[in-house]
Design a protein around this ligand. Structure first.
Ligand code: PLP
Length: 399
């Protein structure tokens, strides 16, 4: 079958909740993917940072195949021999006390909301059903009803109400606004260290440090959603390290499996996680042996193969190269590690047409909102690949 036949099937039978580029992929290896017509592309999205380790990483694949032959699912009604080792390894890697495994990122966010509310009642002494969680404008935390209810993006929430109460929105990057919004009923503050879906929005220097101090001062749990920024993407294991802080609760997902399987986790200190009692939360697939075996290897190769250091070096090189490009279409280039965005001027006519032209040159990129192109390739990208990418971008932007 050729490209058009696949598009026709999707259009006829699928829900139209996505507007993908019309490229039908069939194979991937490292930073490269191939479509059904045999064309090769550099993947500059890496499945929204779920494929940080590169497509079809051989060691993760081997771990998946080996585990699939042994045992895939027990449910948490019984124990399995991958769960304990996974717990220990993820806690040691991220300097956490406790972990709660789930599947998708949105489930990790839902889990953290439940946990922080319970902590608010049980430990902080907030009156029943009064707990508030503060979130940021332009956040992206997933697609469940509760989560879209506190999204400020109209496309995400219009038509889907009524929503879960108990959330307050403050501007991102404004620590004073956070402090002003805190009341005695505030249990937690949920924030992305860098807002990914909003267009790689980097807060002012010192923001996370100030947020950490404010949360300490008011006994508010600081929750960092590192589902996109975590596991090496920004050139550090966790983006919180750029400001030398530690969150009370950290969410990871996406690259936790290197793209093989949905695996997410809530990482916590003892005080917060210990409020959960048997029966109060769970997931049939959460913590299954296949997920744990995959995640253990996905974490191991990040470290062993120095992908985090590479993200830092290649990110600097990529960003410096983009800043050299002279084009009237470019308003700003920004990024940290390999989480990079190029914002175009509104007169450029929208980022999507540039994504189409980049695809024509063998680069797959995705626009975020109208005018921003994101560059976030797998962390295994080489200098030669970045140099090649810069040539393609330069040609398209000068055109
Ligand atoms: C992708 C993402 C999520 C949601 O993850 P899913 O696995 O798609 O549910 C949550 N938060 C952030 C910051 C994300 O980038």
């Amino acid at each position: 079958m050729q490209t058009q036949a696949y598009l026709d099937l999707e259009n006829q039978y699928g829900a139209h909740n996505y507007k993908p580029l019309d490229v039908v992929l069939t194979r991937g290896e490292g930073v490269w993917v191939w479509d059904v017509d045999g064309r090769k592309y550099l993947d500059c999205l890496a499945a929204y940072s779920a494929v940080n380790q590169g497509h079809c990483h051989p060691k993760i694949m081997a771990a998946m195949q080996a585990q699939a032959r042994h045992l895939t699912l027990t449910s948490r009604a019984f124990r399995n021999d991958q769960l304990g080792p996974f717990y220990k390894e993820i806690c040691e890697l991220t300097r956490s006390h406790k972990v709660l495994p789930m599947n998708s990122g949105a489930e990790a966010v839902e889990t953290v909301i439940k946990t922080v509310r319970k902590w608010g009642y049980q430990v902080k002494g907030i009156p029943a059903d009064q707990a508030e969680i503060i979130v940021c404008a332009n956040n992206f935390h997933g697609r469940t009803i509760t989560i879209v209810g506190f999204s400020t993006d109209p496309t995400a929430h219009i038509g889907f109400g009524p929503f879960t109460p108990g959330f307050k929105v403050v501007p991102f990057g404004d620590a004073d606004a956070l402090e002003a919004a805190i009341t005695p009923n505030t249990a937690g503050f949920l924030v992305e260290p860098i807002q990914g879906e909003a267009g790689v929005i980097i807060p002012p220097d010192g923001y996370l440090k100030a947020v950490r101090a404010i949360c300490d001062r008011h006994n508010v749990v600081l929750i960092l959603d590192e589902i996109q920024t975590g596991l090496g993407r920004t050139g550090r294991l966790l983006a919180e390290e750029h400001e030398a802080i530690e969150a009370d609760l950290t969410l990871v997902g996406k690259a936790l499996s290197g793209g093989f399987y949905p695996v997410s986790a809530v990482l916590s200190n003892n005080e917060v996680m210990d409020v959960l009692q048997p029966g109060e939360h769970g997931s049939t697939f959460g913590g299954n042996p296949l997920a744990c075996a995959i995640a253990r290897t996905a974490m191991r190769v990040l470290k062993e193969e120095k992908m985090i250091e590479n993200a830092s070096e290649m990110g600097d090189y990529f960003l410096a190269g983009l800043r050299q490009i002279q084009s009237p279409h470019i308003r700003e280039v920004r990024g940290r590690g390999l989480m990079i965005a190029m914002e175009l001027v509104p007169e450029a006519g929208g980022a999507r047409q540039f994504c189409h032209r980049l695809a024509g040159k063998g680069m797959l990129c995705k626009e975020t909102h109208e005018n921003t192109i994101r560059f976030a390739p797998p962390l295994v990208i080489t200098k030669a690949d970045v140099a090649w990418a810069l040539e393609q971008i330069d040609a398209v932007m000068r055109d």
